[in-house]
Design a protein around this ligand. Structure first.
Ligand SMILES: NC(=O)c1ccc[n+]([C@@H]2O[C@H](COP(=O)([O-])OP(=O)(O)OC[C@H]3O[C@@H](n4cnc5c(N)ncnc54)[C@H](O)[C@@H]3O)[C@@H](O)[C@H]2O)c1
Length: 339
């Protein structure tokens, strides 16, 4: 069996679907077609990517006999995603769902429960975990080069104007649920189960077109002793931006330190003193998307577990949920309160 035996149907042919399609083309994967409620957009995407099949009714796409993986890139709203997940799960299709699974934990749990009810495999396209540079960092993190890790810091700061966007930033939750989720999933993948979260959060009201939080500082304690500080600031007007996808990551261990971003990494060790510049191929966009889908297909093919399953991803969504509760109630939130 080959990866091309896993026909992909994309529900939602908007902005990020272009990255999916580029990634799958580069990786030689088989896209059967797409669905979008916007007929003009569907047609334009069909022409741009030479899609064999497009429809305005996602049921038709899911029912297509060659579609085995339903790739969901519609907005992360429960009312939009739940019927699609349910319909596909009932038909035993595999589900690949764009991050954030949902911005609130209760809704995310509902999606996971529906998939589990019908035993449909569900992976969240939590592509931060599959960024080539971050996979390279992970090797040094796990092989003891920097000793025992004890602290991780991620900082993403830029001015992000979404005033012209139809729905992004228009809900009560924004940067923490929609952007920081990349980082929450990454630190969960690296450091395991978290223990407690404390957050500062706010909104610069001068940033128009945004209703929710546009900055947050989220500290996470993990059960293995690592502590992380995750800063997402999309209201930064200063002259030293570190914008997504070049947010800065620092991981400190008792024998060294990893510093870098999605395009450049340096590992510093103390004994012997050394600077290592790991080599890797590819960038976040679109290579992490190809890596994520290939990982899913290979796992489905082999019948083995995969990273970022819906159930596992609840850990990341729960960090975001805990951050909102923490900022509102000005207290640390324990994992046991949510999961
Ligand atoms: N790095 C990343 O992984 C990354 C980057 C950008 C966006 N995203 C995520 O991807 C998702 C989509 O974001 P986007 O920027 O592409 O949004 P978008 O608004 O550009 O595209 C969404 C598309 O879904 C379509 N749609 C809406 N409801 C539908 C329905 N019921 N059936 C079929 N089509 C429907 C819309 O017409 C639109 O074309 C979001 O969850 C977002 O957070 C992830």
């Amino acid at each position: 069996m080959a990866r091309t035996d896993w026909g992909i149907g994309i529900v939602g042919l908007g902005g990020i679907a272009n990255t999916h399609l580029q990634a799958y083309r580069n990786a030689g994967l088989k896209v059967i077609g797409g669905a979008d409620i916007d007929a003009e957009r569907a047609k334009a995407m069909q022409d741009r990517w030479q899609l064999p099949f497009v429809t305005t009714d996602w049921r038709e796409l899911i029912d297509h006999p060659e579609v085995r993986i339903v790739d969901i890139t519609v907005p992360h709203k429960l009312a939009v995603r739940l019927p699609i997940v349910e319909y596909a799960a009932q038909r035993s299709k595999a589900l690949f769902v764009q991050k954030p699974l949902l911005p609130c934990l209760e809704g995310a749990k509902q999606l996971v429960e529906v998939a589990e009810r019908y035993k449909a495999p569900l992976m969240v396209n939590q592509n931060s975990v599959f960024v080539p540079a971050f996979l390279a960092m992970e090797r040094y993190l796990r092989d003891g080069t920097i000793g025992t890790p004890y602290y991780c810091q991620i900082e993403n700061r830029a001015w992000v104007d979404v005033s012209g966007h139809a729905w992004f930033g228009k809900d009560e939750r924004w940067v923490t649920s929609d952007m920081a989720i990349h980082h929450f999933a990454l630190v969960h993948h690296w450091f395991g189960e978290w223990d407690s979260v404390y957050a500062l959060m706010g909104r610069d009201p001068s940033q128009t077109g945004v209703r929710g939080d546009n900055w947050s500082v989220v500290s996470v304690r993990f059960k293995n002793g690592v502590q992380a500080c995750i800063i997402n600031n999309w209201a930064y007007r200063g002259n030293r931006p570190r914008p997504h996808s070049r947010e800065e990551i620092v991981i400190q261990g008792d024998k060294g330190c990893i510093t870098g971003d999605s395009e450049d990494i340096c590992v510093v060790t103390v004994d012997p003193p050394a600077r290592i510049y790991p080599q890797f191929q590819g960038k976040w966009f679109p290579d992490a998307f190809a890596n994520a889908m290939c990982h899913f297909i290979d796992a489905l093919e082999a019948g083995r577990p995969f990273w970022c399953s819906g159930c596992d991803n609840l850990n990341a969504v729960a960090i975001a949920e805990a951050a909102y509760i923490s900022a509102k109630e000005r207290r640390a939130v324990q994992r046991a309160e949510l999961l």
